[in-house]
Design a protein around this ligand. Structure first.
Ligand SMILES: [Fe+2]
Ligand SMILES: [Fe+2]
Length: 184
């Protein structure tokens, strides 16, 4: 199981670097780093892991033939938990977190960026079977599955996804340097 979660910096960049940095600078995705998802894994790191491993699995399954499919899978995965609150200390006004956060994530995503039909399907159906309606696209099924495997892995392990953690930190530092340069 541990081997499955190994990644190299070059592969991370190749798999999802462009879309990840784009979303970091055009949405509030970076805020997800202040909230814990499971164990010591932040929501941002969890979302990055789900995106990265979903991309790898989909590539292996031959589901990523077109650029648009890659883009939608990555954006949907990175935004699937875009609920932007600490679910350990906040009651979602629309109901229990487990059931309601996919709709909150989709509403937030639609407010901050343009969301395609496939991306919406990925986000709002990712908690199947807890929420009863299943995804209707291949990417949605992959993310639904990878999300559950990653969540289990995060719950029982600490200090994981080492390369992804490093990559995210580098992106954050670069963004900070850009902001500082712009303000100077
Ligand atoms: Fe979720
Ligand atoms: Fe998730």
């Amino acid at each position: 199981m541990v081997n499955m979660f190994r990644a190299s910096g070059r592969d991370i960049e190749r798999c999802f670097g462009g879309i990840f940095t784009e979303l970091l600078s055009t949405t509030r995705l970076g805020l997800s780093d202040s909230h814990i998802q499971h164990g010591d894994t932040s929501v941002l790191l969890h979302s990055a892991a789900v995106a990265y491993y979903s991309f790898r699995l989909s590539r292996r399954l031959g589901l990523l033939k077109h650029l648009r499919q890659k883009r939608e899978l990555l954006r949907g995965a990175l935004l699937h938990d875009y609920f932007l609150y600490d679910w350990h200390h906040y009651n979602n006004e629309n109901g229990l977190h487990g059931f309601s956060h996919p709709s909150t994530a989709l509403a937030n995503a639609r407010r901050d960026t343009e969301v395609s039909e496939v991306e919406a399907n990925i986000i709002v159906r990712h908690m199947f079977p807890l929420t009863p309606v299943p995804p209707t696209c291949g990417a949605g099924w992959v993310i639904c599955l990878v999300d559950k495997v990653c969540s289990l892995y995060e719950t029982f392990n600490r200090n994981i996804y080492t390369e992804l953690r490093r990559y995210i930190r580098r992106c954050q530092l670069m963004r900070q340097a850009e902001t500082d340069a712009f303000a100077a």
